[in-house]
Design a protein around this ligand. Sequence first.
Ligand code: AMP
Ligand code: MG
Length: 411
Amino acid sequence: MTDCCSTPGLTPFDDALGQLLAKVEVMTRTTTLPIEEALGRVLSKSVVSNINIPAADNSAMDGFAVRIEDAVNGAQLEQVAKVFAGHPFDGVIGMGQCARIMTGGQVPAGCDAVVMQENTLTQDNIIIIEKAVRSGENIRRAGEDIAQGQIVLGKGRCLTPADIGLLASLGFSHVTVFAPIKVALMSTGDELQTPGKPLNIGQFYESNGYTVGAVLQRFGVELMNFGIIEDDINALKRAFTQADAWADVVITSGGVSVGEADYTKTVLEELGRIYFWKLAIKPGKPFAFGFLPDSYFIGLPGNPVSALVTLHQLAIPLLRKISGQEQQPPLRLKAVAATNIRKQPGRMDFQRGVYQLTAHGELIVQLTGSQGSGMLTSMSRANCYIVLEQDRGSVQAGDTVMIEPFDRLLL
Ligand code: AMP
Ligand code: MG
């Protein structure tokens, strides 16, 4: 589709993401874990409550449990029982009687409300009601928080600390989750050297294996890093074959731009299938996706910022789907640009920025200096993307822009 502002031959970001998501399916391996080991794991089936929470009607206050018809202003009631949390009263409160009750104590049979202690006077075992109550007042009802049979956490939920507590409060000691997906990672390029080794002339230290590996670690995969693979058909074929035998997803960086694409392309066409995208995004134009016999293939661009941005924006949603996780649309907010931002219409920009709240409660955002796709400092200093729409031109200071605060994978 071409309109006034699209660049011929480049696929808009949303189209590419939609097409890619349609090509992958959920892995079905599951495992059952103690809940204390399940943080960040993904539910493979919904969790249904077997119990009511609270289990029984209980008091929200320290006070006196009463029968509603007795609890009129000035009533004098005889205290016949004391109820503490965890120690219910097994009798019935009769007419003209009441029970001393503590917060969390189970409301005794016969009672319909709790009068706050502050609204009573006590004379020996006679309690004088100074303020009438409505039926149900100061009572937490059984099942008010969670009803028996209710779906509490849905399939695809990535478990948070509160979720783990919720599972505990429902009485579950174990939970069934998807097994983590297996990802093989490799960096391609003859010019690359491993950190810690001396640099030869013309070499660069490789960083994509580290940035991508770190994001995947946060995401939660089983990772095997194959390190640097030279730009050589046989070396790539060996590495891809080995990775494919173990992994669910093989992720490479580099070697997908014009000229170099041939190696990856030749090998993947021989072993499986490959599709190349020229994305209408900046940074990160080239992106490859394909199928090896037993795994998916994702080819990220080599430039360090492009690799990280395409990993985060495209590959992570794919990995979410493959690992059974519900998609989480990124949080986007409006902010005022503190400086001019140069942009050409035709591609969607993911520039890197720092946002903050001013004393007046306004979000403002600043660029993190030079935005070259090889400059990792632009990403390292940032706390958000400045997402500039495909058809948008340059931004003036004071204009409103959209920002996407970095999520837990990038911070
Ligand atoms: P390529 O996509 O292979 O043409 O690489 C584009 C640019 O990214 C080149 O300047 C590469 O040196 C650089 N590059 C490729 N892979 C990596 C890597 N793993 N770490 C850092 N830079 C890389
Ligand atoms: Mg390369």
